[in-house]
Design a protein around this ligand. Structure first.
Ligand code: ASP
Length: 355
């Protein structure tokens, strides 16, 4: 038989434990999860099949699938879109960037996680890196295997992303991407494999850090300017200028460059061979478009390395811009934002060096 005193002691212990855990709960950082779709929210008919559809699982299901993350942060979710990131578009970008800025400005928010597809995550991360005005952690994550797959990588990636977003040491390092235990900077990461779980690398600058089961270690910050220190702003912006990417190759002529200009491109990025090169025929057409006022940037189709100014091509004479460290897809992002206002070519070249 339990005596009255025993009962009241156990009650007191219960109340004490409950209030300690309530206190701990209150101390957890607040992380907002913005879901955009991708394979992390993808579903297949079976757990061992390659074919699947991105963007099938909603944000609440995503949160519910990783209950372990509740120990790291108090989370709430919002669905921004639910698309494969191959369909990422300006409408979603502008909505996402506005929402990230609004949420980051909230006093009770410590960090933001964005779930995204891997195909264009580097573009979205870099875009946000340029237009988010906050030092708070903004962390994108993704998965290579759909949520229904055997050994799905999404849950641990999500858990690690929440851990990084909730970590004070992540602040001020720009927009980050957490996939497969690695923390990448938005300017440096790129997708390098079509199907492997270990697809993202930061080839030139290396990692910002690593994260193992929620334990993050930071090595450094990004070198280029970003977020709170960025000069770009989306205030009053309802549309982004058109910039096309054209890949260079053997026997290239200038027809696609002319077609891009005719389609209304305000800027053209060449994914050049080697150090941003192309055939003389293409170069002549490129320089002619530059003379007409289209901003022409030489980037490279090579996986890693800088494109230097005036190396094999006389950029000064031809009125071209060299992409420096940015690959074609990120060069396009930077150029679109650069073209939101009138700038000299020298100023645009400066942007490619600084960001
Ligand atoms: N196509 C998918 C997407 O980018 C691939 C992925 O998420 O891994 O949405």
């Amino acid at each position: 038989m339990i005596r009255k005193t025993q009962l009241s002691v156990s009650m007191a212990i219960f109340v004490a434990i409950a209030s300690v855990s309530a206190l701990a709960q209150n101390k957890l950082p607040n992380v907002v999860v913005l879901a955009t779709g991708g394979t992390i929210a993808g579903a297949a008919a079976s757990d061992v099949q390659a074919a699947y559809t991105s963007g099938q699982v909603g944000v609440e299901q995503l949160l519910a699938a990783v209950p372990q993350a509740k120990k790291l942060a108090v989370m709430r979710g919002e669905q921004i879109s639910n698309i494969g990131s191959q369909d990422m578009n300006d409408e979603v970008w502008l909505k996402l960037a506005r929402r990230v800025n609004e949420i980051a400005a909230m006093k009770d928010v410590d960090g933001i996680v964005i779930t995204h597809g891997t195909d264009t995550i580097e573009e979205t991360a870099y875009f946000l890196n340029l237009v988010v005005k906050s030092k708070k952690p903004v962390v994108l994550t993704a998965a290579m295997r759909p949520s229904t797959a055997l050994s799905a990588d999404g849950p641990l990636n999500f858990f690690n992303a929440v851990a990084v977003a909730a970590n004070k040491d992540a602040a001020g390092r720009g927009v980050l991407v957490v996939v497969n235990d690695w923390i990448h900077g938005a300017a440096s990461l790129t997708k390098t494999n079509t199907t492997a779980v270990q697809t993202f690398l930061s080839p030139l600058r290396g990692l910002i850090g690593t994260v193992a089961y929620g334990q993050a270690e930071f090595y450094r910050g990004p070198v280029g300017r970003h977020t709170a220190d960025s000069e770009f702003s989306l205030e009053g912006v309802t549309a982004l200028p058109r910039v096309d990417i054209i890949m260079a190759h053997e026997n290239m002529d200038g027809k696609l460059i002319e077609a891009a200009a005719a389609a209304g491109a305000k800027g053209i990025v060449i994914a050049g061979v080697g150090n941003g090169n192309m055939t003389q025929a293409a170069l002549d057409v490129f320089a002619a478009q530059a003379k007409k006022g289209i901003v022409c940037v030489r980037s490279t189709r090579v996986a890693t390395g800088n494109v230097g100014r005036n190396v094999e091509v006389n950029d000064d004479k031809m009125g071209l811009v060299a992409s420096d460290e940015l690959n074609p897809q990120k060069s396009r992002v930077l150029l679109r934002l650069a073209l939101l206002k009138q700038r000299s070519l020298a100023d645009i070249q400066r942007l490619f060096r600084e960001y």
